[in-house]
Design a protein around this ligand. Sequence first.
Ligand code: SF4
Ligand code: SF4
Length: 221
Amino acid sequence: MITAEQKPIQEITKYIEPCGKILLVGCNECVTVCAAGGRKEVGLLASALHLNSLKQGKTLEIKEITLERQCDPEYVEELAPYIDGADAVLSMACGCGVQTVAARYKTTPVFPAVNTKFMGASESQGIWAERCQGCGDCMLGITGGICPVARCSKSLLNGPCGGTSNGQCEISPDVDCAWRLIWERLVALGIQDRYEELNAAKDWRPAGGGGPRKIIREDLV
Ligand code: SF4
Ligand code: SF4
């Protein structure tokens, strides 16, 4: 999923400083799972913003709404009845959601209330870690299911580098060396011979090096 974290309240309040009426919009998908911008977080942020405006002797009207998916024009349409009454939209979705709302409502400012982080997986309660960089040409099939692009600090396609120490990455003893993980996994699968085969240089165009990417499914258009 796409992970995100709420921005500092000072940054959010600065965005909406000139506004009297805010449409605060959450998303029911990834940001709900990582507790950054779902219905609950919309309620909490609304309370914090109310409190903040009271302290400053101002009144702030906030309409709270959480869409099923903010990156989907179909659901973004649900904001139409409220948009004219708002000085700005404060979006608690990832950057894709913010941009989908801004593309639909061109004359209303749309501000992000979260920082979009990475594509990650849950490691344990409250901990998410990066697992994929969307390189567009997945090599998990030859690396035992461990991604060297996202999990090796240098995105090495063959490793490890000389900096690995006791199985940990040179950037920090808290970071597992991805290539140590790949080795262990290949051993566990009984295919450690695979480690001897050099992986060819990667074509990074599908990873975004060829400009903004798009998927067109003719059968669905
Ligand atoms: S190889 Fe590419 S697509 Fe596969 S997990 Fe890694 S970054 Fe994602
Ligand atoms: S120590 Fe391992 S994870 Fe860190 S940069 Fe080198 S090969 Fe990559």
